[in-house]
Write a protein that binds this ligand. Structure first.
Ligand code: ADP
Ligand code: MG
Length: 731
């Protein structure tokens, strides 16, 4: 008998060679193979009659091979075949399909699947181009398909809803092969261990048991809805998807609880601390800022270490909230580390922190890679002595080279640029207690991702913009009308404003740092892309000859970048030509124009970030999205969304839809679980339910939940966490 952990090699029909092929697909145990679910299903119970087909539909047809042949046209060989049911016939065609010429014999029974088109020649009403096919039965064969296992092939291949699997090993393991092996395996499976999902949860969710779920996901019962099967919404699919999400959420919740059980620092929030926080405020905080600070302060006052994610759209005013939290820590005699993803940002945080905190007497140091070593050494000395209270720098630098005297609070800006939270463990500090951690992100994170990627963090959301902002007007315009845009920029500059002009690449022929379309380029070839350096030269000599034009890109040294940013900040540059290095965090309130050339090349998150650079002052702001060349359907959607809304969460949802969870953050995110059946875009409701139920279970015994049931769920989780989700230790 087989159990779930049995190596697939011991499944009937699988030897060492095939096991190797399966391993390449990540399948090594019986359980893995059970999770190799069909990617679609074919209704071979009621296959379509050729006579009742309609052009344009996807159809599965069972028919007999009549005639076939390979035709060589000038452009390519085409394999043509006529199949029939009684007097009705249908033509099938495969291009470049020399490999098919010895595959068929007249009289074979085929299952075909494809898009039906109106036939245009040879007396056929319909044809199917490049159908997927399977040979169901070969009456002329002496072994294999036709031989002794006749009743079996019939029961698995026709007369029912049939599972279609992705082939493996370059087609060596066919859908048909998977059907037989998985069917046999299901039959040979041992009794299941008791269900690890507690009965109360199963009851509430109406879950069927696991074994039945596997059977029915592979071999749907007669009467199952084909639409529900394709949408993964049968009871079988729901059971398997929920299970996967439930244990993920259980693991995240366990992590959260474990973290909270460590010894943190109890920060006192006394009247004098409150007064100190108030003293630094340069303006009245918004209601959202007050609420969020309260949440943070409550965490800090507790003995458990804080692990909080602060989400706030660009310009929502996260910085002041972070500095308020820093004041609480410093007033309690602790040091604070503020880490930024880039030197520009670190420097900018440093400047605003000094402006806001130094008058109140706090001591702040900056630590960046480009500082000369003497200054770095001095900064490190002050940090180790504890005389530096707030340390601002880039992530890597603070993490790897700094020893703190008494680190109490770590603030991380734009966390998604780095990845995992675990790395805080690497930070050197002499105090024993776990510091509090506040992660800030300006990329609004769709809830489904927040629940998975950041599921072990508590979240706060700044959902209100500071007062006095006028909404940004966003236009899209073809670059053949660029002269109008430049004229508009000149007028605004004459009125005392400043502008950003952003290009996708630094130099011609360079690869854009980020392909918006998953590589499916929507615009001209890269060689034709307008590049920052060249356009800078052109603009400052021609269109903006009378203006002060600056250039900023990622290949400049940190000092050059800083110097340029500083003079833009001081208003000594009117028009800043740039790449996406200004995407994050740059804050110049007087700049009210953002022109993006080749806007079709940018991802939504990038466009949203870029637009977030303006609309920070009181003057009306304008975002101009210029397109050059062909715009793909997806790019069109992105541009349309940018014009329609400024709501970061709405934009983030569309971004997630377009790019999928893996690519959402621009690069594949560390810590993203590998789901086997769940799909975050499709299964959002099940994810919410899983989260709710996982929290319920770990909240402890209850009239409908025993200690043993909780222990069983947790034990199951520990056995599966690493393999199932590809995530680090649950603790
Ligand atoms: P982000 O959330 O993008 O980091 P910032 O913290 O940079 O946003 O804030 C954007 C701008 O809004 C800054 O110039 C900041 O000084 C200003 N600001 C923040 N909060 C308020 C407020 N409550 N009232 C007025 N201005 C504010
Ligand atoms: Mg605390």
């Amino acid at each position: 008998m087989l159990d779930l952990a049995t190596n697939v090699q011991f499944v009937k029909g699988i030897g060492p060679k095939i096991a190797q092929i399966l391993l390449e697909k990540g399948i090594s145990t019986v359980e893995d193979l059970l999770y190799y679910l069909p990617f679609r299903y074919e209704d071979r119970l009621n296959p379509r009659g050729i006579g009742e087909l309609r052009a344009g539909e996807m159809a599965s047809i069972i028919a007999e091979v009549r005639t076939f042949g390979l035709f060589r046209t000038r452009r390519m060989p085409i394999f043509e075949m006529t199949v029939g049911q009684g007097r009705d016939t249908l033509k099938c065609m495969w291009f470049n399909a020399t490999y098919l010429q010895d595959k068929f014999r007249a009289g074979m029974l085929l299952a075909l699947y494809g898009k039906v088109e109106a036939g245009d020649r040879g007396g056929h009403r319909f044809e199917i181009i490049q159908p997927q096919f399977e040979i169901l039965h070969d009456p002329t064969a002496t072994h294999g398909n036709g031989g002794g296992d006749e009743p079996k092939w019939q029961s698995l291949e026709v007369g029912r809803i049939v599972p279609i699997y992705e082939t493996a090993g370059n087609g060596r393991l066919t859908a048909r092969w998977f059907r037989r092996v998985i069917h046999g395996m299901l039959e040979g499976l041992d009794q299941d261990p008791p269900d690890a999902i507690p009965p109360a949860v199963r009851g509430r969710m109406g879950l069927i048991d696991r074994r039945r779920a596997f059977w029915q996901a592979h071999w749907p019962e007669v009467g199952e809805s084909l639409a529900n099967l394709q949408a993964a919404r049968t009871p079988a699919h729901i059971r398997l998807i929920f299970e996967e999400l439930f244990f993920l959420e259980l693991g995240l919740e366990l992590k959260r609880r474990k973290m909270r059980s460590q010894t943190g620092i109890v920060f006192q929030i006394s009247d004098s601390v409150r007064a100190a926080v108030k003293r630094i405020l340069p303006f009245h905080p918004t209601a959202a800022q007050k609420r969020v600070l309260k949440e943070i302060a409550a965490d800090m006052a507790e003995p458990a270490p804080m692990r909080r994610l602060l989400q706030g759209d660009v310009g929502s005013g996260k910085t002041i909230v972070a500095l308020e939290a820093a004041v609480i820590a410093m007033e309690n005699g602790c040091q604070v580390a503020l880490m930024a993803p880039t030197e520009i940002l670190a420097t900018q945080h440093y400047l605003s922190a000094r402006r806001i905190l130094e008058p109140a007497g706090y001591r702040i140091v900056l630590l960046t890679g480009s500082q000369e070593s003497g200054r770095k050494k001095q900064a490190r000395h002050h940090i180790a002595q504890g005389s530096a209270q707030l340390v601002i720098g880039t992530h890597a630098l603070i993490q790897e080279t700094v020893g703190f005297d008494k680190l109490g609070l770590v603030i991380v800006d734009e966390q998604h640029r780095f990845g995992v939270l675990q790395r805080f463990r690497l930070m050197k500090k002499t105090n024993e207690a776990e510091p509090d951690v506040l992660v800030m992100t300006a990329t609004p994170i769709p809830r489904t991702l927040a629940l998975t990627l950041y599921g072990d963090l508590d979240t706060s959301v700044l959902d209100e913009l500071p007062p006095g902002r006028t909404p940004i007007t966003t236009r899209r315009i073809g670059d053949e009308r660029s002269e109008e845009v430049w004229e508009f920029v000149r007028k605004q500059v004459a009125a005392g404003r400043q502008a950003y002009i952003v290009y996708p690449v630094i130099e011609e022929g360079a690869t854009p740092p980020h392909r918006a379309n998953n590589g499916r380029a929507g615009g001209p070839g890269e060689g034709e892309l307008k590049a920052a350096i060249k356009m800078y030269e052109q603009l400052r000599k021609r269109e903006f000859a009378s203006l002060r034009v600056g250039l900023l890109h990622g290949r400049m040294s940190a000092e050059e970048k800083d110097a340029t940013m500083a003079s833009f900040q001081r208003g000594e540059i009117d028009v800043l030509v740039s790449t996406t290095v200004i995407e994050v965090g740059v804050d110049v309130a007087n700049a009210n124009i953002m022109v993006v050339e080749h806007a079709e090349r940018f991802g939504l998150a990038q466009l949203h970030q870029l637009r977030g650079r303006i609309g920070r002052g009181s003057a009306k702001s304008y975002c101009v999205l210029m397109t050059g060349g062909k715009v793909s359907v997806e790019a069109e959607q992105r541009l349309e969304a940018m014009v329609r809304t400024q709501n970061g969460f709405e934009i983030a949802e569309l971004d997630l839809q377009q790019r999928g969870p893996g690519e959402f953050f621009g690069t594949r995110q560390a810590g993203m679980p590998n789901f086997r059946v769940a799909n975050l875009l499709r299964d959002r409701e099940l994810l919410e339910a899983a989260r709710r139920e996982a929290r319920y279970v770990l909240a402890g015994p209850n009239p409908d939940l025993t200690k043993e049931e909780i222990a069983r769920a947790v034990q199951h989780l520990r056995g599966h966490w690493n393999r199932r989700y590809g995530l680090v230790e649950v603790g």
